[in-house]
Ligand binder design. Sequence first.
Ligand code: C5P
Length: 311
Amino acid sequence: MTTPAVSTVVHARAPGKINVFLKVGALLDDGYHDVAIAYQAVSLYEDVRATAADDFSVRVGGTVELSRVPTDGSNIAIKAARLLARATGYRGGVRLHIDKHVPVTGGMGGGSADAAATLLACDTLWGTQLPREQMLALAGQLGSDVPFALTGGTAIGTGRGDQLSPALAKGQFHWVLALAEFGLSTPAVYNELDMHRDRHAQDIFPATTTPSVDANVLQALRAGDPLMLAETLYNDLQAPALHLQPSLSAVLELGENNGALAGIVSGSGPTVAFLVADHDGALELQTALEAAELTVVRASGPVHGARILSA
Ligand code: C5P
């Protein structure tokens, strides 16, 4: 508790993610669903710079559309800093500057990465030295995907998605991401799935309470084989996301007709993630999608989780 960072600015970085597999179980009494997720952290990063201050504030910049990012106490980075201060008894505040590169409300965990990088930056700035297990627990209180933004790499998430176990992965997978001009609210997409399941309760099997990740996904990740992984990409939130935003179907089709091995809505969307064979394949697909006037970024994964870059 007594070794604050030497420099006045601490710089932390955390990655966005793609869910290469996301199975949604039954709706629980607490409003959450049991899920089984295979997460891959990808090379789009959120950079958080933390400076000591008496109160809590945040400024936001970056390469993505920022109009949907709040800069008051509802920003998840402020919530993360306040939670850490409360948990450790730290009495001061922090001034945060976030440089965003993960699409906002895009289903790629940008807000979660902000929270993870903020926890780490403030812990270093304030010298609070929170044990890793406790930091993961605080991360889980902030959001289901925040623990994964701390750990990064490739992992299986169960429970709300916050109970993590590492998964073996070989090599690098290459992705082309088609960004949308609109956002999708995660609760709204889950809700759409629940309504669909209610409407068709007679025709579909009831959702299992403890879903699991298919063994084929784990095998494809272990083998580092994009063709195999393309066969196993799966997302229960894709259908409800497409229902809420039907224009995404044409995006998926465009990518798959232009060389993608497979396309999938990322998390609750609306970002569409295309898996390609290699770097050249990514460049070719990017060119084709940009010719159709889509906004596109390339990323690869897995990459490591939140870390301090300078202190
Ligand atoms: O945990 P997080 O804040 O990211 O969750 C946002 C919303 O997404 C929740 O309020 C809930 O509606 C939905 N959700 C869910 N089941 C999960 C994770 C999220 O229903 N496992």
